[in-house]
Ligand binder design. Structure first.
Ligand code: MLT
Length: 389
């Protein structure tokens, strides 16, 4: 039994307006992020889980144990049963303005799923959203990028295998794409309780808005360039480096820093060592795209950007994060348009957030659920005044 009077964090005035950085807010049963050892799902280091079946990783976050073969088969069957998307969702997506960002489309897609199929149960809607999102995201890709009509779902193929067949990426090698997207999905599922999108999703749900509305809020948070959209910016940045020559890369990094630029894909709010999710992806890149020029640039950055960033003692974490190489691998297997990378992140992260929403709403505080989020702000610059004497 933990000591309910234990002091976890002393709030000083200097902590105000720092984005709740480091404030303990609640507990999380799905995952944890250690500054040095990185991400763990229910206690397992992420690198050990990277090759897991995506459905098994989702099961782990939902039920807090790895499934045995029978449990996994039953869970896959459950997702297949739940996978049908109301045609209104896809037809409405077809009418959206193409200039909208894919994340805006994703938020619309989640709202449409909610409008057409919410049950109001966090458990049911959580499972339904996990089962239905691949079709929605694939439709967003096809409709918005002009690849053609959405392709019919074959959920019996498996969550990611079906997603890849529904994407129908022109000219891509489906085996490599599947291999990458399976790992990408597992790596991006969850990252502790306090990352922005997860926190927002759980906050919205604490007002008892349904799962879809809560995930819509979460995805609006993920859309920001300081959060999920960093993976898009990161690939655009690597393309700008434009060389594989180590010395030229180092010069580029130094010039960027000297002119106040950011080194995308390096550093993290919590991590203080290389993100193990990045390490998994560098290793995967050696297998699926070792000669891709951007992959070579990304590897040189891993060495040279770290070297340069380490020279500045003010840089708390000079190491690569999850975004440092994910876009590089995606473009190498045929997903070249970086505008869609955050949607792929969202496809995965919604699963972790849905699992955390189920815990917060239905399990915590002996089933009473976490109270509605209501933190305190200290009034500033508001001396008492009267309009009339
Ligand atoms: C991540 O996956 O790295 C996050 O969502 C960002 C964070 O942990 O704040």
């Amino acid at each position: 039994m933990s000591d309910q009077n234990e002091v976890l964090f002393e709030i000083k005035r200097e902590h105000l307006n720092t984005g709740l950085r480091g404030f303990p807010v609640g507990t999380c049963r799905t995952s944890s992020v250690d500054p040095l050892e990185g991400l763990h799902y229910v206690g397992y280091p992420i690198a050990d889980l990277a090759d897991l079946d995506p459905e098994a990783a989702a099961y782990l976050l939902l039920y807090k144990a790895l499934p045995d073969a029978d449990q996994l088969a039953a869970f896959k069957a459950e997702l297949i049963k739940r996978s049908a998307v109301n045609p209104v969702v896809i037809n409405t997506l077809k009418a959206l303005p193409k200039e909208g960002h894919p994340m805006e489309w994703l938020i619309a897609g989640l709202n449409l799923l909610g409008m057409t199929s919410k049950t109001g149960s966090f458990e049911e809607d959580g499972l339904n959203v996990i089962a239905r999102m691949p079709e929605v995201v694939a439709a967003i890709y096809r409709i918005r990028s002009g690849w053609g009509e959405p392709i019919a779902s074959k959920p019996e193929l498996g969550l990611i295998e079906n997603f890849v067949q529904m994407l129908g990426v022109p000219g891509a090698d489906p085996d490599k794409l599947t291999r990458l997207l399976r790992v990408f999905y597992v790596l991006h599922l969850d990252h502790g309780g306090g990352n922005l999108s997860t926190f927002v999703g759980k906050s919205v749900a604490s007002g008892l808005a349904d799962t879809y509305a809560s995930l819509g809020g979460a995805m609006a948070a993920l859309y920001g360039p300081r959060h999920g959209r960093a993976n898009q910016d990161c690939l655009d940045f690597l393309r700008k480096v434009g060389t594989t020559d180590p010395d030229a890369v180092e010069t580029f990094v130094r010039n960027e820093l000297a002119t106040g630029g950011l080194i995308f894909g390096f550093g993290h709010a919590v991590l203080r060592a290389e993100d193990p999710r990045a390490a998994v992806q560098y290793a995967l890149g050696e297998q699926i795209c070792p000669n891709d020029p951007l992959f070579i640039t990304a590897k040189v950055m891993r060495e040279r950007a770290v070297k340069v960033l380490k020279e500045n003692p003010k840089v708390a974490n000079p190491y690569p994060n999850v975004d440092a190489v994910s876009g590089t691998l995606l473009q190498a297997v045929g997903l070249e348009d970086s505008d869609y990378y955050t949607v792929l992140f969202g496809l995965s992260r919604c699963t972790g957030i849905a699992a955390q929403i189920i815990d917060e709403r239905l399990k915590f505080r002996d089933g009473k659920g976490v109270a509605i989020y209501r933190c305190k702000y200290i009034a500033e610059g508001q001396p008492r005044r009267r309009l009339k004497a």
